[in-house]
Design a protein. Structure first.
Ligand code: ADP
Ligand code: MG
Ligand code: MG
Length: 249
C-alpha cells in the first residue's frame, strides 16, 4: 500500500505583474489502487496541480507538502520523481523532433528502472501495447509526437503509462478532444493498468464523459485553486446535471 499525499499545497507562477498565486491550499490523498477524479472549470488550476506534482520549474511551491509514502517528493528532481514511480500524462504532450518513439521509450524505461529492458521481451511488450491501443507499429520510427493528431498524442501518453508501470499516474485531461472510439481505447488502457497493478490514479477532467468508461472511487471538485467539494461517483452525476455554476460565486 502506497500513498501520495498532497497537503495544504500553495503554488504560484511569476508573471509580468509579479507572482500570481494559483493553488491555494490543496489537500488530497491518493492510495494505491484508488481512482480519484478531479473535475473543475477551466482556469481553476488543475494543470498547475499536475505540473507541480511532476516538478515543472515554472511552478513555485510556496507552502505545503507532497509526500510519496512519507518521502518529500518536492525535494526530488523531475527524473527522480519518475524513478520514484510518478507518471504524468500531459494535457498538451510536447513534440520532440529528432527523437524516435522507439528510442524514447527504451531510454525512458531504462532511466526509470535503472537498467535496460531485455531487448526481445521489450520489443514484444511495446508491440502488444501498441496493438491494444490501435497504434500502428510504424509509430516506432516516427519522432515523438511530431505530426501526431490530438488523439494519437493521447494514446501515446497512455502507451507510456502502460509500459512504465507507475505507482501513481496523473492524467491531465487525457480525454479532451478525443472522439468516442479514441476515448474508449484510452479508457481501456487506464482500466487495464488499474486491473493488473495497484497503481493509484489522479484523473483530471473537465467533462464527466470519461467517467462513463472509468469508474472513480472518489470525485473532487476543484475551484479557484482548491478542492471545493469531495464525494463519491455520484458527485460526478450531479456535476453532469448542474455544471460548476453552484461553486462559482
Ligand atoms: P486548468 O488546467 O484548470 O484549466 P491551469 O492550471 O492551466 O488551469 O491555469 C490556472 C490559472 O493559472 C490560469 O489563470 C492560467 O492562466 C494561470 N497560469 C497557469 N500557468 C501559468 C504560467 N506558466 N504563467 C502564467 N499564468 C499561468
Ligand atoms: Mg488544464
Ligand atoms: Mg489494481
Amino acid at each position: 500500500m502506497s500513498t501520495l499525499e498532497i497537503i495544504n499545497l500553495h503554488v504560484q507562477v511569476s508573471t509580468n505583474d509579479g507572482p500570481k498565486p494559483i493553488l491555494k491550499g490543496v489537500d488530497l490523498t491518493i492510495g494505491s489502487d484508488e481512482i480519484h477524479a478531479i473535475m473543475g472549470p477551466n482556469g481553476s488550476g488543475k494543470s498547475t496541480l499536475a505540473y507541480s506534482i511532476a516538478g515543472h520549474p515554472d511552478y513555485e511551491v510556496t507552502d505545503g507538502q507532497v509526500l510519496l509514502d512519507g518521502e518529500d517528493l518536492l525535494s526530488l528532481s523531475v527524473d527522480e520523481r519518475a524513478r520514484a514511480g510518478l507518471f504524468l500524462a500531459m494535457q498538451y504532450p510536447v513534440e520532440v523532433p529528432g527523437v524516435s518513439v522507439a528510442n524514447f521509450l527504451r531510454t525512458a524505461k531504462t532511466a526509470i528502472d535503472g537498467q535496460a529492458p531485455k531487448v526481445r521481451q521489450w520489443v514484444g511488450e511495446v508491440g502488444s501495447a501498441m496493438e491494444r491501443l490501435r497504434m500502428d507499429p510504424s509509430f516506432n520510427q516516427r519522432d515523438v509526437n511530431a505530426g501526431f493528431s490530438g488523439g494519437e498524442k493521447k494514446r501515446f501518453e497512455i502507451l507510456q503509462m502502460e509500459l512504465f508501470k507507475p505507482r501513481f499516474a496523473v492524467l491531465d485531461e487525457t480525454d479532451s478532444g478525443l472522439d468516442v472510439d479514441a476515448l474508449r481505447i484510452v479508457s481501456e488502457g487506464v482500466n487495464r493498468l488499474h486491473e493488473t497493478s495497484d497503481a493509484g490514479f489522479l484523473l483530471i477532467t473537465h467533462y464527466t464523459r470519461i467517467l462513463r468508461y472509468i469508474k472513480p472511487d472518489f470525485v473532487h471538485v476543484f475551484v479557484d485553486g482548491r478542492v471545493a467539494e469531495q464525494g463519491g461517483p455520484d458527485l460526478a452525476d450531479r456535476l453532469e446535471e448542474e455544471g460548476y455554476d453552484r461553486y462559482l460565486k
